[in-house]
Design a protein around this ligand. Structure first.
Ligand code: HEC
Ligand code: HEC
Ligand code: HEC
Ligand code: HEC
Length: 304
């Protein structure tokens, strides 16, 4: 039963009240119920919709940033699309929360907390049991990550993913009624395969001086090799972005994105941010390269 809602509805239902804030001439909405008691009653896991409301749309559109977190996972999920979601798994079954600490361990996510995401082997046997085929598959486990076979294609079905963003070309998006960088969207992409040792990555963190090779900066790339016994082959979405660059300081120049959307005046947007961050833009660009892990939207066995 709902016992609490924020904003005007909460006020109407009598769950909130208006109180004066300190000695100031300011009034705020405050909950009438005991927050701790309410929290204790929330025994259920957060539904997947909660997570996907943000994560399916990050990067400015459906599937844009994370090619395998589609809005379709909210309600339209079927067996063909994601074996886990359709059989009732929650995001939080794998992303385990404890004391608000959040599990995270991939080559392109920066752990803010120490918990680790649950791995396939925590729930599944490492061994395939299917006769004959299974014994052949099992010989790959040392060198090939589970996702590599079980996610053969990324950005499946109706939502394409953003694979390239060119900030040196600003164009008007009629549908959204705003200016945008040139965005290349692709569906049904075969992932890029790289070795990863499960631990480390090559990464660029602003405002370090970047290492530029052939006009490119590696934003994030897994580290591993076939000769290393802990390394396995993993699938990745390759994303590139052409962004302004301050050659003197050796750093990409941040862009006031909101200004680009509203005005389409690219130079103004770059210089606005450059002046705040003390950088200089004189028409040079650099390509940011990012290998993004994929860990959801597992195909059923008959599609492999
Ligand atoms: C209100 C929006 C919102 C909701 C709801 C939300 N997240 Fe997030 N989540 C974020 C943002 C913002 C980040 C940081 C992204 C970044 O730093 O690039 C993030 C980071 C993450 C990351 C690390 C990925 C990364 O790119 O660094 C994971 C995993 C994650 N969230 C899973 C979940 C799960 C599971 C749920 C549901 C229980 C959830 N999130 C609910 C907004 C949200
Ligand atoms: C079967 C287990 C599993 C389920 C279910 C699952 N995830 Fe993940 N997720 C992972 C693993 C493993 C990673 C990669 C390792 C990491 O970042 O900790 C990951 C990574 C992520 C990331 C970081 C980007 C990436 O793809 O590496 C986000 C964001 C995320 N998950 C959100 C979600 C959301 C939202 C849901 C629910 C719709 C969900 N996950 C369901 C296992 C799962
Ligand atoms: C939190 C537990 C959990 C984790 C972690 C998990 N799975 Fe699952 N997985 C399940 C459940 C539950 C099912 C549904 C089993 C069923 O219906 O019999 C399932 C089903 C599957 C299936 C379909 C099996 C079939 O019979 O068709 C595949 C493939 C699969 N998982 C692969 C993976 C891979 C690869 C990973 C690692 C990224 C993973 N799972 C991580 C719980 C998990
Ligand atoms: C070399 C590719 C490959 C790798 C690596 C791989 N799988 Fe599979 N997996 C398959 C194929 C193909 C099938 C379908 C087999 C069949 O039904 O004939 C399958 C079937 C499955 C099934 C359902 C049937 C069964 O045998 O239990 C599960 C669950 C599963 N895999 C989980 C995993 C997990 C967990 C990992 C990582 C430890 C993994 N797989 C690694 C290719 C692979």
């Amino acid at each position: 039963m709902v016992e609490y809602k924020s904003g005007a509805i909460g006020l109407k239902k009598g769950w909130k009240t208006i109180v004066k804030e300190g000695n100031q001439f300011r009034y705020v909405l405050a909950p009438k119920s005991d927050a701790v008691k309410l929290a204790e009653k929330i025994a259920s896991k957060p539904p997947n919709e909660t997570c996907l409301a943000c994560h399916a749309f990050s990067g400015g559109g459906p599937h844009f940033k994370r090619s395998n977190l589609s809005p379709d996972l909210i309600r339209n999920v079927n067996e063909e699309f994601d074996v886990h979601m359709v059989r009732g798994l929650f995001c939080s079954d794998c992303h385990v929360f404890e004391d608000h600490k959040f599990g995270l361990n991939s080559s392109d996510t920066w752990a803010r907390d120490s918990n680790k995401t649950v791995s396939c082997e925590d729930c599944h046997e490492k061994r395939h049991r299917v006769p004959i085929v299974g014994s052949v598959l099992n010989t790959f486990h040392q060198k090939v990550a589970c996702q590599t076979c079980h996610i053969p294609i990324i950005a499946r079905e109706k939502y394409p993913t953003d694979v390239r963003r060119d900030w040196s070309h600003i164009e008007f998006n009629e549908k959204l009624g705003r200016w945008e960088p040139e965005i290349t969207l692709k569906s049904n992409v075969i992932p890029v395969y790289l070795w990863w040792n499960g631990e480390s990555r090559e990464a660029y963190v602003y405002p370090e001086r970047a290492k530029v090779v052939d006009g490119k900066i590696i934003l994030s790339k897994p580290i591993g090799s076939k000769d290393d016994e802990d390394s396995k082959i993993y699938p990745y979405k390759l994303h590139t972005a052409i962004v302004p660059f301050d050659e003197g300081r050796g750093v990409p120049v941040p862009i006031k994105v909101g200004m680009v959307f509203a005005l389409g005046d690219y130079n103004k947007a770059i210089n606005a941010d450059a002046s705040v961050s003390g950088l200089k833009f004189d028409g040079k660009y650099v390509t940011l390269v990012r290998y993004m892990a994929v860990t959801t939207e597992f195909c059923p066995r008959k599609r492999l």
